[in-house]
Design a protein around this ligand. Structure first.
Ligand code: CP3
Length: 327
């Protein structure tokens, strides 16, 4: 459950209201923030406390994460000259703090740690727009108007994502997730031409490491078939598409991840349990389902409700020692 920490009082106490990038830069603190939701909820995996823009900040791009808004870039990309600012990432130097966090967390966890990176399309959209966007107008104008420049940008971002993920796995992460949060803004044809090849470079580039690869997007119902061709083992699905339908679009041999609507967690707890159960039943009892929310936890969510969600998932888990939960 991404951003599960945000709803926790212990997270707010520890994190304070400083810049999140400063918190990420302190390994002991970032490790503790990673562990808090695992301790509180007993989830089956942890997700590293970092952010998709951290590698961009690390190569000196001037990034700030503005609360309630998202990442904002100092000098947005406009022209060919900007490419020079996208230098190769040297993870052991540039991301030394993040890798230290991974090592600390892995030493303390008894569940797997999921490492992650932003997919080239989503990162490019931040660089070109200068921040979050509703229309992705500048991104799409550059993509269509200057396809050669576009492909160079996403190719460099693919190398950065790949270096980030490989280093996280080498430091101890047991699975990786590629976050293409905003890919759902693209038509299938544009996704195939402008986003898929760079994401494939990242996911296929992880193949030799033998860790499960998860491919995440939001609003990607129309893209699931294409996303399943990008080289991941697991395809994330948001709440707009039932998992049984998603499975048909994704095809055999892949697992699915999803897909409770995070906003449903604001409803009365009995409704939340019913909706959670629906997701589990819709996954069809077939192997290869990672239960999670279709997007991040909303900060106003009651932690008690999330605990009930986790308990419901564990109750239904095949082979779970459900006796104590069932009574
Ligand atoms: O889930 C976790 O808490 C683990 C770490 C994590 C963060 N960001 C920390 C964070 C992960 C996996 C991310 C990924 C991320 N960051 C994505 C991809 C996943 C997705 O949600 O689509 C994206 C698009 C970002 C960029 C980003 N960072 C946004 C849009 C925001 C929200 C801004 C806001 O305040 O509404 C952030 C900030 C951010 N990153 C927070 C956290 C816990 C929340 C603010 C905070 O605690 O300071």
């Amino acid at each position: 459950m991404r951003q599960a920490g945000r709803s926790l009082p212990e997270y707010r106490d520890l994190r304070g209201d400083g810049d999140i990038l400063d918190a990420i830069a302190e390994p002991e603190l970032a490790a503790e923030l990673t562990l808090q939701p695992v301790r509180r909820y007993g989830v089956d995996a942890a997700i590293l406390f970092s952010d998709i823009v951290v590698p961009l900040a690390a190569i000196g791009l001037g990034v700030e994460i503005v609360a309630g808004r998202g990442p904002v870039i100092d000098r947005p990309f406009r022209a060919h000259e900007d490419l020079a600012r996208l230098r190769p990432l040297e993870p052991e130097v540039d991301l030394a703090h993040v890798l230290e966090t991974v090592r600390i967390v892995v030493g303390e966890l008894d569940v797997p740690l999921i490492g992650f990176a932003g997919a080239p399309f989503t990162l490019a959209s931040y660089l070109i727009e200068g921040g979050p966007s509703r229309t992705f107008g500048r991104t799409k104008a550059l993509m269509h108007g200057e396809p050669e420049l576009w492909h160079q940008i996403v190719d460099r971002l693919a190398d950065i994502a790949l270096a980030t993920l490989r280093a996280q796995v080498n430091a101890g992460a047991s699975a990786i997730q590629l976050f293409d949060s905003w890919a759902g803004t693209l038509s299938a044809a544009d996704y195939a031409t402008f986003a898929l090849p760079a994401s494939r470079k990242v996911l296929e580039g992880m193949g030799d490491l033998g860790v499960p690869r998860i491919h995440f997007g939001v609003g990607t119902g129309e893209l699931l078939g294409l996303m399943s061709e990008a080289g991941a083992d697991v395809v994330g699905v948001d709440w707009r598409v039932p998992l049984s339908v998603a499975r048909r679009r994704i095809g055999a041999g892949k697992a699915v991840q999803g897909n409770l609507d995070p906003a449903v967690c604001l409803a009365p707890v009995d409704i939340v349990i019913k909706e959670t159960t629906k997701v589990l039943l819709d996954a069809g009892g077939e192997p290869g389902h990672i239960f999670n929310l279709g997007h991040g936890v909303l900060p106003e969510t009651d932690p008690g409700v999330l605990a009930q969600v986790v308990e419901t998932v564990h109750y239904w888990q095949p082979g779970a020692s459900s006796g104590e939960v069932a009574e």
